[in-house]
Design a binder for this molecule. Structure first.
Ligand SMILES: NC(=O)c1ccc[n+]([C@@H]2O[C@H](COP(=O)([O-])OP(=O)(O)OC[C@H]3O[C@@H](n4cnc5c(N)ncnc54)[C@H](O)[C@@H]3O)[C@@H](O)[C@H]2O)c1
Length: 254
């Protein structure tokens, strides 16, 4: 039996990258997956892939998870189809970068909307469903949420991810009495469509951080999703409020 057998998992951003990997693995572990994405083409590819692998999945697109009304409608639809939800996996985000004296207010607000508010909207919509039978919220943070870097002016991105990490702690406190766990996973550099341009032409300062990763390579989506499967499963039933760094050890060197 799969580690997530029978659980209903709603996952944002399944159209590519780590969200696609999450949809595949969660379905392979027995979850009934309900995914959404802005990108209808990518979502359809994921749905076809999961079904070809024998998994159960429903996809909704285009859904903007950064739109509180749209994301609530998607989560309510998932709960209506399956009679509730067990796992909310907040994967989707869109970044905007800029040095502090260059980033526009519009770009800052967009990044906070699409990296922090996007998590709040989904949690807010899912909470009443999770309260009825307990469940798990898996948030994707980032090592950017706890440090600055030389190779990328990540002001808004880092601030938003710091917010995701802290929100997870508060959700754990408020969720405990309702048997709702909340966990955050903070990936290091992961090779996905969002980072392909960096893999192909890495700035020297970024390359230098890769050269210092103790486990000797950059991450792959499966590295993050392996952790998510465990944390979403009943094997982690006494784990809540954590921020699990998945980075090959890249941040322990200081
Ligand atoms: N790739 C990395 O190195 C890295 C490192 C740390 C954290 N993260 C985080 O991991 C998560 C996944 O990143 P990725 O690299 O797989 O990204 P990606 O861009 O490859 O995939 C993200 C998916 O989410 C979808 N999406 C984006 N915004 C959406 C919205 N508002 N509504 C619905 N769907 C939306 C995209 O269409 C895409 O299919 C993000 O939260 C990201 O910040 C990534």
């Amino acid at each position: 039996m799969g580690r997530l057998a029978g659980k209903v998992a709603v996952i944002t951003g399944i159209g590519g990258g780590m969200g696609r990997e999450a949809a595949r693995r969660f379905a392979a572990e027995g979850a009934r997956v309900v995914g959404c994405d802005l990108n209808a083409e990518g979502l359809t590819e994921t749905v076809e892939l999961v079904r070809a692998e024998g998994g159960e999945i429903t996809g909704f697109a285009p859904v903007d998870a950064g739109d509180a009304v749209a994301v609530a409608a998607w989560i309510d639809a998932a709960a209506a189809v399956y009679g509730g939800i067990d796992i909310l996996y907040n994967n989707a985000s869109i970044q905007r970068f800029g040095a502090i004296d260059e980033i526009s207010v519009e770009d800052w607000d967009f990044a906070i909307d699409m990296e922090l508010n996007i998590v709040f909207y989904a949690v807010r919509a899912a909470w009443k469903h999770l309260k009825t039978r307990g469940g798990v919220i898996v948030n994707i943070g980032s090592i950017a949420g706890t440090r600055g870097v030389e190779f990328m002016p990540q002001n808004a991105h880092g601030a938003a991810k710091a917010g995701v990490i802290n929100l997870t702690q508060q959700l754990a406190v408020e969720g405990g009495p309702h048997r709702i766990r909340a966990v955050c996973i903070s990936p290091g550099f992961i090779q996905t469509p969002a980072t392909t341009f960096l893999v192909e032409d890495p700035p020297p300062a970024l390359k230098a951080t890769w050269d210092r990763i103790p486990l000797g390579r950059v991450g792959q989506p499966a590295d993050v999703v392996n952790a998510a499967v465990f944390l979403a499963s009943d094997d982690a039933s006494w784990i809540t409020g954590i921020n699990l760094v998945v980075d090959g050890g890249g941040t322990v060197l200081g």
